[in-house]
Design a protein around this ligand. Structure first.
Ligand code: G3I
Length: 375
């Protein structure tokens, strides 16, 4: 049996065991009678989920009802990130993450962990980014303690961890494409190895994932990034790092080309390394799309169908997560990220609209799951 196939088989057992242990005949089991995307994905041996925040769980009952119908998993949109957990050194705030994990347990949902290390500017705590040049040992010990604490806290309750997120940035000029950061500069590339090894020590069952964006579209910088991602994965595998998969964020855009054959070859090369793939943050930026919502929805749905058909044709692609479930809570609507439409019309990046109604994107996902070979 091929390595990737074996990984898929092991992985399915791991996922099902985790779901069985967490699943109760809670509201989700009853409420998902029509199956929703959760049922569609599960029927093909896959898992579908969405990003959530504790505030949305606590203040949007209509969203919670939709999660019950549509999702088999949730992932904290930001509340497990180090910059949110420990903005002030020594004061770790995990109420939001705990709330999401408890919600998932009560609803029989799997939980994705996102993310233990995100080396991008402003995504590590400021006191880490300001770490003294001459104390690599102290930095490594502090990183280790953070990972041990977080992975240990949710031990046995995480189906897959984004151990390291976005460690590649070609603009930083390195031949290997690695992102310059306090972690890389002080600890070298092996900070990534260490993060996976330590996570596995404290979390024996979760899939361990390297997560990144910008490999999906047929534009030069994304095609080049595929090479850097594959290079990193090859080095990690060659060094025996306990990594099970690549997370492809899939923040797609309607104004960028998608080449199914080329992207499919990239997925196949990841599979040849014996790695699984998760689609971890699917949404579609329609900023450049037409003002007419129906036409925009049609474009978004067409791209999602083509993208997911390409992904799900590979049984190594075992899970799909959208970065939110409803347009009402998408990060793309947040002016801080500068991704809003010029015309001020609301973005429409997710499967449900702001009223929790299923959109053409939902139907595109439904059809893609239905047409996929079983994992
Ligand atoms: O809700 C709190 C508010 O109570 C508090 O007063 C305020 C103080 O800053 O923070 C608010 O939380 C913010 C949260 O978004 C909700 O709006 C966090 O500060 C802010 O960091 C967080 O931004 C998230 C961002 O990652 C950075 O963590 C976005 O929600 C999230 O969508 C975005 O997601 C990333 C993935 O993790 C990685 N891939 C790219 C993706 C999009 O940028």
């Amino acid at each position: 049996m091929q390595t990737a196939e074996r990984s898929v088989l092991l992985d399915r057992r791991r996922t099902m065991a985790l779901l069985a242990s967490a699943a109760v005949c809670g509201p989700s089991a009853r409420a998902a009678a029509d199956g929703g995307l959760r049922g569609r994905a599960a029927a093909r041996g896959g898992l579908y989920g969405a990003a959530v925040t504790s505030r949305h769980i606590e203040t949007r009952p209509e969203l919670v009802a939709a999660i019950r119908t549509e999702c088999g998993a949730v992932v904290p949109e930001f509340e497990m990130k180090w910059h949110a957990v420990e903005g002030t050194r020594g004061r770790r705030v995990l109420r939001g993450a705990d709330r999401i994990v408890a919600f998932a347990a009560g609803e029989g949902l799997a939980v994705r962990g996102h993310t233990l290390l995100w080396p991008s500017k402003g995504k590590l705590p400021p006191w880490i980014e300001a770490w003294p040049d001459d104390d690599a040992h102290g930095l490594q010990a502090t990183v280790d303690a953070h990972i041990a604490d977080l992975a240990g806290r949710y031990r046995g309750r995480i189906v897959s961890w984004d151990v390291v997120n976005e460690a590649i940035e070609a603009k930083d000029g390195r031949a290997d494409g690695l992102r310059r950061s306090v972690l890389l500069d002080r600890l070298g590339e092996r900070y990534i190895d260490r993060a996976f090894e330590l996570t596995r020590t404290h979390e024996p069952t979760a899939r361990l994932i390297y997560n990144d964006y910008g490999v999906e579209h047929e534009i030069p910088w994304q095609v080049a990034k595929r090479g850097h991602v594959l290079g990193l994965l090859e080095r990690l595998k060659a060094r025996g790092v306990p990594i099970q998969g690549l997370g492809i964020q899939a923040h797609l855009r309607t104004d960028a080309p998608f080449d199914a054959a080329a992207f499919g070859s990239f997925l196949d090369r990841v599979g040849e390394l014996g790695l699984l793939v998760e689609i971890t943050e699917l949404d579609v930026e329609d900023r450049e799309g037409p003002a007419d919502a129906a036409e925009r929805d049609r474009q978004v749905a067409g791209l999602v169908r083509q993208f997911l058909d390409t992904c799900l044709a590979r049984t190594s692609v075992v899970a799909v997560t959208t970065w939110g479930l409803s347009d009402a809570t998408s990060w793309l609507a947040d002016p801080r990220w500068g991704r809003k439409r010029q015309d001020g019309l609301p973005s429409r990046p997710l499967p449900l609209d702001a009223s929790m109604e299923r959109k053409p994107m939902w139907h595109a996902m439904d059809s893609a799951f239905a047409g996929a070979p079983r994992r």
